[in-house]
Design a protein around this ligand. Structure first.
Ligand SMILES: [Zn+2]
Length: 259
């Protein structure tokens, strides 16, 4: 069933080819200067429609392929132009690197919907940490600090000193070769290693997520900048063409006056 709206109470019925899906809502009440989308055929206010001349040639080719008859005087709604923009960028990316990944598709979705991609990952991850992960991080932080090393060295010296010192008038609690101290050190090393590995693994996950976030943001920025370049080039070329036409008209007027 076509989506075009019957001309009830409006002078210009929509004549679009109506090739979009049928789930789109009915058009809003017509406003002064309203028009029809060439692709979906919806009647929309002028602010919601983009004219043919402001659409870049690359996009225009895609629109023409889907909705033939796209030419000067035609207008297209924002939803459709966003969809074609996504399609254009998708094809461009596929041409450049072949199959697209999940991250690329997330960027394309964001380009189409206009949602921001960047996230403050550190704050998000900090909120999701379990007690065990927090403890592992604390142990890894403490174990890799100078206060811990110097404190541990001090403890070793004190332990050995107490046991070998002749100042003690009682039998040492861990005589040479300090078997109890060895056992304690082995236990600490055995426990500390897996705890530090846990912390490192979590850190790796965090780094990977941060890298993915950076990749998405960079790719989106790159694509947006590229599109902006194309848009500016198109606008400049269009303006230049208009200037030439105006100049031609002025020359013709001057020549007429001279006669
Ligand atoms: Zn439309």
């Amino acid at each position: 069933m076509p989506l075009r709206r019957r001309a009830t109470g409006w002078a210009r019925p929509c004549k679009g080819p109506s090739v979009r899906d049928e789930t789109q809502s009915a058009p809003a009440d017509p406003l002064p200067g309203a028009g029809c989308c060439h692709v979906c055929g919806r009647a929309l206010p002028a602010t919601e429609l983009q004219p043919f001349l402001s659409v870049r040639p690359g996009l225009s080719a895609l629109i023409e392929a889907e909705a033939p008859g796209w030419a000067e005087g035609g207008r297209i709604c924002r939803a459709d132009i966003a969809r074609f923009r996504r399609l254009y960028v998708e094809r461009m990316l596929e041409d450049e690197r072949g199959e697209l990944g999940t991250l690329d598709r997330a960027v394309l979705d964001s380009l189409e919907t206009g949602r921001t991609l960047s996230r403050h990952l550190d704050a998000d991850l900090a909120e999701r940490l379990t007690l065990g992960e927090r403890m592992a991080d604390a142990v890894a932080r403490l174990g890799g600090s100078w206060p811990f090393i110097s404190g541990f060295l001090g403890l070793l010296v004190l332990w050995i000193g107490l046991n070998v010192s002749a100042l003690l008038h009682r039998p040492p609690f861990d005589p040479y070769p300090f078997i109890l101290l060895n056992l304690l050190l082995s236990c600490i090393a055995a426990l500390q290693a897996p705890i530090i590995m846990m912390s490192q693994r979590r850190q790796e996950t965090q780094d990977r997520l941060r890298g993915e976030n950076d990749y998405r943001v960079n790719l989106k920025a790159e694509l947006e900048i590229r599109q902006l370049h194309e848009k500016i080039d198109h606008q400049l070329a269009h303006q230049w063409q208009r200037l030439v036409e105006m100049q031609q008209i002025q020359i013709e007027l001057l020549e007429e006056r001279r006669r």
